[in-house]
Write a protein that binds this ligand. Structure first.
Ligand SMILES: [Zn+2]
Length: 283
C-alpha cells in the first residue's frame, strides 16, 4: 500500500470537508431561519428574476458586448490555461469569458479551484509538465517574456495564467506544486491597467485578460491581437463608468499622488508591503 498516496488523499479529503463545512455555513446564513424560508418559497417567482444572458459573451443581453468582439475567433496557435480562484467565477465583472469569446474553441481552458492535484486534474498536470508550457506569473524567478529568444510560432505553446486577486493568486501559486513546474515568465512592459473598475494592487498588476492579451501578441508576433482582445474590456469599462461606477486607481497611483486616504498601517509588515508597491519589486 502506498502510504504517501493515502496521506495525500486524506489531506485532500480533509480540505474538501473544510470547504463543505464552509459552504454549509454559508447556506445556513443565506437561508436564515427555516420558517421564513418556507414562507418566502411559497411566493410566486417573478419571471424577470433571471435575466436572459448572451451565450457568446456571457453578459446579460441588455449589456451584451458581442459588437466589440472580433467577427470570428482570432487565429492563434498558443493555448491558454486559466486556473481561476472560485471567488472570481461569481464576480459580476468577469474578463475571462470575454477572452474565451475572442479565441477559437479549446484555446482558452478554465480550471476553477484553489488546489490542483495531479490525480484530480490530469489534463492540467500534463500541461504543467510539458516543456512547451509557460506560467505567466511575476516573481524573482520569472524571466521576461519579451526577452526570450524562443520562437513561439514554430511550435504551439501553452500559457497558464492564475485568475484571482493578488493574494488569491499568490496563495494558489505557492500551494500548488504543479503550477511551479512550468518555466515562469512575466511581462517586462506590462501596460497600466485599462480595467479601471476594480482596484489593482499596483499598476503592474493588470487583469487576466490584459495579461493574456499582452502575452499572446508577443508569442504570436502580432500586435493587433492585443488591440482586438482589449476592445471588449474597454467597452465594458466605459459602459460601467457611464452607469455610475467610479474609476479606481491602483493603490500605487493613489499613494504616489497623495490621494491614498486610508490610515497608514502601524504594522511594519504592511508598511514594507506598501513600500514594495511603490518600488514595484517582488509583486
Ligand atoms: Zn454577447
Amino acid at each position: 500500500m502506498n502510504t504517501q498516496f493515502n496521506k495525500d488523499t486524506v489531506e485532500e479529503m480533509n480540505e474538501d470537508d473544510d470547504e463543505d463545512e464552509e459552504e454549509t455555513r454559508e447556506r445556513e446564513e443565506d437561508d436564515g431561519d427555516d420558517e421564513g424560508f418556507l414562507v418566502l418559497s411559497e411566493l410566486p417567482v417573478e419571471k424577470s428574476e433571471r435575466r436572459p444572458t448572451c451565450r457568446r459573451c456571457c453578459r446579460p443581453l441588455k449589456v451584451c458586448l458581442c459588437p466589440y468582439l472580433p467577427p470570428c475567433p482570432l487565429d492563434v496557435s498558443t493555448c491558454l490555461y486559466i486556473v481561476q480562484h472560485p471567488a472570481e467565477e461569481s464576480r459580476v465583472l468577469r474578463t475571462v469569458p470575454l477572452l474565451a469569446a475572442c479565441l477559437p474553441p479549446g484555446k482558452c481552458r478554465v480550471f476553477i479551484g484553489r488546489r490542483f492535484s495531479e490525480e484530480r486534474y490530469p489534463e492540467l498536470a500534463a500541461v504543467c509538465k510539458d516543456a512547451h508550457t509557460l506560467l505567466l506569473y511575476p516573481g524573482a524567478a520569472a524571466e521576461n517574456l519579451e526577452d526570450l529568444s524562443t520562437d513561439f510560432t514554430s511550435t504551439a505553446h501553452s500559457v497558464i495564467l492564475i485568475d484571482g486577486t493578488w493574494s488569491q493568486a499568490k496563495d494558489m501559486f505557492l500551494r500548488n506544486a504543479l503550477l511551479r513546474l512550468p518555466r515562469q515568465v512575466q511581462l517586462r512592459s506590462a501596460p497600466s491597467s485599462q480595467y479601471v473598475i476594480r482596484t489593482q494592487p499596483t499598476n503592474m498588476c493588470v487583469s487576466t485578460l490584459e495579461c493574456a492579451a499582452a502575452a499572446l501578441s508577443i508569442m504570436e508576433k502580432n500586435h493587433s491581437i492585443q488591440e482586438v482582445l482589449l476592445k471588449p474590456l474597454q467597452a465594458l469599462c466605459s459602459f460601467q463608468l457611464q452607469h455610475g461606477a467610479q474609476i479606481h486607481h491602483s493603490k500605487e497611483h493613489l499613494i504616489k499622488n497623495g490621494q491614498y486616504n486610508k490610515i497608514m498601517p502601524k504594522n511594519k509588515r504592511k508598511i514594507r508591503r506598501m513600500q514594495k508597491l511603490l518600488t514595484n519589486q517582488n509583486i
